[in-house]
Design a protein around this ligand. Structure first.
Ligand SMILES: Cc1cc2nc3c(=O)[nH]c(=O)nc-3n(C[C@H](O)[C@H](O)[C@H](O)COP(=O)(O)O)c2cc1C
Length: 178
């Protein structure tokens, strides 16, 4: 069955490694016949959540910026895919800010059931993604109809474009296709 897949790339770097993982996943999902929308935060403006909780009643954020449209798309998608660079052994701040801004979805009948996390880091050790995984698990746990289906980590990539030719891109494509 064809699903609506939203792939969100959160690195602001040009020729980003994690964005290439996101693109490979999106390509695989399209090959499988899914409807895929790709978003990059590079050209977006997202303010920090102010914690006012107005959104829990109004289902709208009091901040008017690009997060609102992205969050609306998140709520309507069947599958969410987040790509992040590892910053200080955690997800990057841009992704954390987006997850916080998705708080208007908390009291809603959101659609998404599957969440994927894609991450890159300079460190080659598999546990370099542990902090980001834990953060994403915490967010997904607050949306009990959804589950974190898989985490794909590619270590050993520091410079922009360094991921080119890496077998992780094949794994990302297969993950999107499965
Ligand atoms: C602020 C900052 C913090 C970083 N922290 C880590 C880190 O804790 N561990 C690590 O292995 N790499 C770290 N890196 C390297 C990036 O994770 C790595 O270059 C990654 O491939 C960047 O992905 P991108 O090209 O998608 O932005 C850091 C990079 C920056 C800019």
């Amino acid at each position: 069955m064809s699903k609506n897949v939203l792939v969100i790339s959160t690195s602001l770097r040009k020729n980003s490694n994690s964005e290439q993982l996101a693109t490979a996943f999106a390509d695989g999902a399209r090959e499988a016949g899914h409807n895929v929308v790709e978003i990059s935060l590079r050209d977006k403006t997202l303010g920090f959540c102010r914690g006012c909780l107005a959104c829990q009643k109004t289902l709208q954020c009091v901040i008017k910026d690009d997060a609102n449209d992205i969050v609306e798309k998140m709520g309507k998608a069947d599958m969410l895919v987040f790509a992040t660079p590892i910053y200080y052994y955690e997800m990057c701040g841009q992704l954390k800010t987006l997850l916080d801004r998705a708080n208007p979805l908390f009291p809603t009948d959101y659609n998404f059931r599957e969440v994927y996390l894609l991450a890159t880091a300079a460190d080659e050790e598999a546990n370099a993604v542990g902090g980001a995984r834990k953060g994403m698990e915490g967010w997904v746990a607050c949306f009990p109809k959804a589950q974190l289906k898989d985490v794909l980590f590619c270590g050993g990539v520091t410079g922009a474009r360094e991921i080119e030719g890496n077998e992780a891109l094949v794994r990302a494509r297969l993950m999107g296709n499965s």
